[in-house]
Design a protein around this ligand. Structure first.
Ligand SMILES: NC(=O)c1ccc[n+]([C@@H]2O[C@H](COP(=O)([O-])OP(=O)(O)OC[C@H]3O[C@@H](n4cnc5c(N)ncnc54)[C@H](OP(=O)(O)O)[C@@H]3O)[C@@H](O)[C@H]2O)c1
Length: 292
């Protein structure tokens, strides 16, 4: 199997190459090698590589900036997939694509399942939903893996920001009324590899669709930060560490609105692919060790 990974410089994309390597020949491309704002670039790259599977980790992910750049976000997160899917169809390739909890408005009192109606609150969420819809309409074998609160050892993410600020400031105010599951980018890559192995062995048409891929368990941004700083203090009791103050979403206004409930039920994925991800806090410990 030849696998094309897009967005290989990103948090998830950077973890995918080693995770997918045991499954076949892996070609990993960055923005220079495949620019999702350019139909020509998308077509040329796919025609050159001739993959059996495209794993798309490239995306416009600047949630707040998207509010002032809606056209660009829509081109990258929405329109690019119609082109990618057309090329995939021409060569008989499948697509695995990542999407987000931000397709939901967060008003549901319980975790979201795949068939719940999306209702994005932000430009980012709307464009990611457009990408899902473009892929679903393309009539090719595909998986849409919705994940949440991605972090890891590389790139810009909540964990790395909190660790930096906690060493610099006396106090940090963190939102405590948005709930979800922090998800380590490497866990996403590992799960993607397991799914791809099962997919290859079975009937792709049977598996095509949307799946939720969050960590097991849930917390708030405040809970995530508190656990990260608790673990960091255990390892470095002498290091300066900010005091955390829980605040409400209303006290931390941002250009893009976020769902208060970002919890995704991942039972469908567990049942289809026999995958059960462990609790988010176990991965946090591993990431902190790697960041040492
Ligand atoms: N981050 C989260 O909290 C989160 C939550 C839920 C779902 N997701 C989804 O998970 C997937 C992976 O996210 P991530 O956290 O790994 O994102 P990331 O670290 O921001 O990586 C995204 C990658 O996409 C590339 N990219 C941006 N614009 C591009 C363009 N026009 N053409 C080609 N490549 C482009 C970026 O390139 P450069 O490196 O050159 O900028 C970057 O390497 C995305 O689909 C995202 O929507 C993320």
């Amino acid at each position: 199997m030849r696998i094309l990974i897009t967005g290989c410089d990103g948090q998830v994309g950077g973890e995918l190459k080693p995770a997918l390597a045991p499954l076949g020949e892996v070609v990993a491309v960055n923005r220079c090698q495949m620019d999702l704002t350019s139909a020509e670039s998308i077509r040329a790259c796919i025609r050159a590589v001739q993959p059996h599977l495209i794993v798309n980790a490239a995306a416009y992910t600047a949630v707040d900036k998207a509010e002032s750049e809606p056209e660009l976000a829509q081109r990258v997160n929405g329109e690019a997939f119609a082109i990618m899917a057309e090329e995939a169809r021409n060569i008989g390739a499948a697509i695995f694509h990542y999407s987000t909890d931000y397709v939901f408005d967060g008003s549901k009192p319980t975790p979201y399942i795949e068939s719940d109606a999306p209702n994005p609150l932000s430009v980012y969420g709307s464009t990611k939903l457009a990408g899902e819809q473009a892929l679903a309409a393309a009539g090719i074998p595909h998986l849409i893996l919705r994940t949440s609160w991605v972090y890891g050892v590389r790139g810009k993410n909540f964990l790395r920001t909190i660790l930096k600020l906690a060493a610099e400031k006396p106090e940090l105010r963190i939102v405590a009324d948005q709930f979800g599951a922090p998800t380590w980018s490497r866990d996403i890559a590992t799960a993607t590899a397991s799914i791809a192995a099962r997919w290859r062995a079975g009937d792709p048409a049977e598996y095509t669709g949307v799946y939720h891929l969050p960590r097991w368990g849930e917390t708030s941004w405040y809970g995530f930060a508190a656990e990260a700083l608790r673990l960091r203090a255990l390892a470095h009791p002498e290091a300066p560490c900010a005091r955390l103050l829980p605040i409400s979403t209303a006290e931390y206004p941002t250009p893009a609105a976020r769902p208060k409930n970002s919890r995704l039920d991942c039972s469908k994925l567990s049942q289809a692919f026999d995958i059960r991800l462990p609790d988010w806090s176990a991965s946090l410990t591993a990431v902190l060790q790697e960041l040492e």
